[in-house]
Ligand binder design. Structure first.
Ligand SMILES: N[C@@H](CCC(=O)N[C@@H](CS)C(=O)NCC(=O)O)C(=O)O
Length: 206
């Protein structure tokens, strides 16, 4: 069975949502990042970058075990393993990777910085709050324009949506009203109605 090392954050939930969507059984290992468990040697052996998520698949390529970190890479590996949520058509596949990378390089890091300066910084720093909340809203505008043209980021529902949804689920944290972005709101509602997404978003279970 797949071992998932995770915590209740957007990057972790991308992978639990994916595992629920593709129907692969998995065992959840809680790595409490608020207690520094990501720095324990046994976890660093799985991810030298000391961040969740990490995944160990006993049946990786060639039937041999594989250990993976970086949520985007994990999503691609699970999509390729199961043949689900990424297209075999090259053009659509690259479209999916474009929007997955947009999440990995833009949405995740920028929303994350907005969360840090709005909620965790020891003192309010107006410049940082302005910089990251403005960039967050700009990224929402890009998503909204895309979702005005297509139902899901790569056309059909895919790993690009699975990567982005748990970050948009934190919209109250980065002080974005989804009503300002009606196409994102429609997409968010459609994805949130999926039972697999609801199960994956509840991981790690209390
Ligand atoms: N690019 C990485 C980012 C992972 C990441 O930032 N994980 C956070 C939780 S969402 C973490 O483990 N933080 C603990 C720390 O920074 O010490 C990925 O997508 O997997």
């Amino acid at each position: 069975m797949i071992d998932l090392y995770t915590w209740g954050t957007p990057n972790g939930r991308k992978v639990s949502v994916m595992l629920e969507e593709v129907g692969l059984p998995y065992h959840v290992h809680r790595v409490d990042i608020s207690k520094g468990e990501q720095f324990k040697p046994e976890f660093v052996a799985l991810n030298p970058n000391s961040k969740i998520p990490a995944l160990m698949d006993p049946e990786g390529p060639g039937g041999k075990p594989i250990s993976l970190f970086e949520s985007g890479a994990i999503l691609i590996s699970l999509a390729e393993k199961t043949g689900k949520l990424i297209s075999r058509d090259a053009r659509t596949r690259y479209e999916t990777l474009v929007w997955l990378m947009f999440q990995m390089g833009g949405v995740g890091p920028m929303f994350g910085q907005a969360h840090h300066f709005l909620r965790a910084a020891p003192e309010p720093i107006a410049y940082a709050i302005e910089r990251y909340t403005k960039e967050t809203r700009r990224l929402y505008s890009v998503l909204d324009a895309r979702l005005a043209a297509v139902p899901y980021l790569a056309g059909d529902y895919s790993i690009a949506d699975i990567a982005t949804y748990p970050w948009v689920a934190r919209h109250e944290w980065h002080k974005v009203a989804l009503s300002d972005f009606p196409n994102v709101a429609r997409w968010y509602g459609d994805i949130g109605a999926r039972p697999a997404v609801q199960r994956g978003m509840a991981v790690p279970y209390a």
